[in-house]
Design a protein around this ligand. Structure first.
Ligand code: NAD
Length: 291
């Protein structure tokens, strides 16, 4: 058996087109603006900031990067976030993670105006997810649902297993799937430590993995014919070329052999997540009555 690839590209293109369509006729100067706040110079955060800027440019959304020194005090960062909250020209705010250790990133995200919370990480927006509203749900959770919709899955009563219980992926995805009447199990490090991971994952019609451990999921973990959504993004040195490459949490060759459908890494969840950020920015503008 050879699985079908569930590519993110076409889904991302459809989402970006919906953004373009919604903003048709609005001059560039009046279009929604994403303001990214980068504290320090973490290379991962800088990489994502660059790719966000590119994404905005592609669909003619405005983008601004606010770069702050790594030793900024929490108090000064609070003032900056308040200033952006009050700036009518700023539609969406994203605090690039990770932030330096002396800053409580989650607390800072909680200070962003929920209507400008383009990342969907404010407790108010996470609370909306509990109530079944997807408007400003975390981008990756929305991306997973978009990919599953694309695969035309029948959620009703489907056995879904999510590995990873983070606030931005595992938990909100579980809630969105419960809302679609999937039977949803969430596994995490405790499940693995008790030696129960494969026991659960092997039952999954839909297996979603968001852990950050390359090669965690092998063929023993996958039910034949299952849909596998690999969220993991791990940097790895290719032993042959010595070059750094991105791999998922699932051994791709194993998934291709056993599963029915698999998202590639890269080119799966990540590209859809980037497109959702753009859609969320438009949603912020709508919620603020700006478009
Ligand atoms: P996290 O790093 O906050 O938490 C990791 C989760 O994995 C926890 O629930 C932990 O208990 C669990 N875990 C750790 N080791 C485990 C093991 N051996 N067995 C089972 N569970 C284990 O999670 P996150 O922020 O959701 O990130 C997870 C991965 O997803 C990372 O690789 C991250 O880079 C990637 N990610 C990708 C996107 C995307 O758009 N593609 C978006 C967000 C995160």
């Amino acid at each position: 058996m050879s699985a079908r690839l569930l590519e993110g590209g076409p889904v991302a293109a459809r989402i970006k087109q919906s953004v373009v369509d919604k903003l048709m006729g609005i001059p560039l100067g009046r279009r929604p603006k994403l303001t990214a706040v980068l504290v320090g110079d973490d290379p991962g955060a800088k990489f994502y900031a660059r790719s966000q800027a590119k994404g905005c440019e592609e669909v003619s959304l405005r983008y601004e990067l606010v770069e702050l020194p790594a030793d900024i005090s929490e108090g000064d960062l609070v003032l900056k976030l308040r200033e952006l909250n009050n700036d009518d020209d700023v539609t969406g705010i994203i605090l690039m993670m990770p932030v330096p250790e002396h800053i409580d990133g989650r607390a800072m995200q909680g200070l962003i105006d929920p209507l400008k919370d383009v990342d969907g990480v404010h407790p108010v927006n996470l609370g909306h997810v509990v109530q079944g509203k997807m408007d400003l749900a975390p981008c990756t959770a929305q991306a997973i649902i978009e990919l599953l919709d694309e695969a035309e899955v029948d959620y009703y009563g489907a056995e879904v297993v999510i590995v990873g219980h983070s606030e931005i992926v595992g938990k909100p995805t579980a809630l969105l799937l419960l809302d679609r009447f999937a039977t949803t199990t969430v596994c995490h490090i405790g499940t693995s430590d008790k030696g129960m991971l494969a026991h659960h994952t092997r039952e999954a019609d839909i297996l979603i993995v968001a852990v950050g451990v390359a090669g965690l999921i092998t063929k023993e973990h996958i039910k034949p014919g299952a849909i596998v959504i690999d969220v993991g993004t791990n940097r790895q040195k290719d032993p042959e070329t010595g070059k750094t490459r991105i791999v998922g949490d699932v051994v791709a060759a194993d998934a291709m052999e056993v599963a029915g459908m698999v998202t590639p890494v890269p080119g799966g969840v990540g590209v859809v997540t980037s497109a959702i950020l753009l859609r969320n920015l438009v949603t912020c503008a709508e919620l603020q009555g700006k478009v």
